[in-house]
Design a protein around this ligand. Structure first.
Ligand code: NDP
Ligand code: OXD
Length: 309
């Protein structure tokens, strides 16, 4: 059995060493053009040339949860695409989003400014009931985030494509459920995959449906949000601010208004990082299962190309 590693932006050596530890008797190599045909590939943003040269691949294991970039490429015809299924990401996402929600709700930025200017003063506490959070996407990451925020006693709404039940969360689904979901939400969290259906989903029309004084947290993909619409609604006062971890172009271009907007906090696509050890262990366990005869289609995280996630 042969495994190739082909991940743009990742240092190959520790990944290849980790995979070799899992499969000491097998061939595990960092891809170079002309490499012999492999059975499985571990990938992130691979060049099209790699995919063209390896048409026999049985599966592509993506070392991230989002497969939007991968699905834009011409993939080997029989290869299943398997995305990361949590692998240590959901706890990071829950931390990041809870931090952003609480920072806004408790006005911690305002307190920090006060303290820096030598001011000891109190702000009126808000009621949680006035700050319902809405999580778009109730998958592996969104569900964990929704459950975590419910633990802090925020009213939590969730929206998914198919109907779902999550304890402590008011669930909405489908296009028909979106308007009610938005109208019931003040702090909007995006944890959707990027697909043709979800691109630009946070546009002026959708954002205007949120409760006045809304707050936007985008931790999914930059193309979910229409940047100018967010800025216009912040400037009009309908939206109080935003925390953004993902952008249409990354790194965010230096001239982009998000860098300096006083009501927007940005981070460099870091809300949930791929953890190497967990990721290698998860992929290795799946490869072993397939080698023992488990159908690839039954693995957790197999992408449905029709749905795009
Ligand atoms: P999942 O596939 O587990 O969950 C996706 C959720 O979105 C599901 O609940 C799905 O609904 C819902 N959904 C998909 N399409 C629609 C639609 N058209 N309308 C309504 N709901 C929809 O993904 P994960 O939770 O693992 O990851 C989500 C995304 O987070 C990734 O695709 C990636 O882009 C992003 N991400 C960002 C990271 C970062 O560092 N910023 C790190 C990791 C991921 P249903 O339940 O019905 O299928
Ligand atoms: C992912 C990401 O999709 O890091 O895993 O954004």
């Amino acid at each position: 059995m042969k495994i190739l590693f082909c991940c743009t932006g990742a240092k190959a050596d520790p990944w290849v060493a980790g995979l070799r530890t899992e499969f000491p008797a097998e061939s595990v190599e960092d891809w170079a053009s002309g490499a012999p045909p492999a059975d499985y590939a571990v990938v992130w943003a691979p060049p099209q040339k790699f995919l063209n040269e390896q048409p026999q691949l049985k599966a592509l294991f993506n070392i991230g949860a989002g497969v939007d970039a991968l699905l834009k490429l011409r993939l080997p015809p029989e290869a299943a695409v398997v995305r990361l299924d949590d692998a240590g990401m959901s706890v990071q996402m829950a931390e990041y989003v809870s931090h952003a929600v609480i920072r806004h709700f408790r006005e911690l930025d305002g307190y920090e400014d006060d303290i820096r200017s030598g001011k000891w003063s109190y702000r009126k506490p808000h009621l949680r009931a006035d700050f319902p959070v809405g999580v778009m996407g109730l998958g592996v990451l969104g569900e964990r985030v929704a459950r975590t925020l419910a633990q802090f006693d925020f009213p939590v709404n969730g929206w998914s494509r198919s109907p779902r039940r999550v304890e402590g969360v008011q669930c909405f689904s489908g296009e028909s459920g979106m308007a009610d979901f938005l109208a019931a939400t003040r702090i909007l969290v995006c944890l959707l995959p990027l697909t043709p259906e979800t691109e630009n989903i946070m546009d002026r029309e959708a954002l205007a449906r949120l409760r006045p004084g809304a707050y936007v947290i985008n931790v999914a993909r930059g193309a979910h949000l229409v940047d100018d619409d967010l800025i216009a609604l912040i400037n009009s006062g309908h939206i109080a601010g935003a925390t953004l971890d993902v952008f249409r172009t990354e790194p965010l271009p230096s001239e982009h208004p998000f860098w300096k907007h006083p009501k927007i906090n940005i981070t460099p696509h870091t809300s949930a990082r791929t953890l190497r050890e967990e990721t290698i262990a998860q992929i290795a366990q799946k490869i072993r299962a397939v080698e023992k005869g488990v159908p690839i289609a039954s693995l957790a995280g197999v992408v449905d190309p029709k749905k795009g996630y």
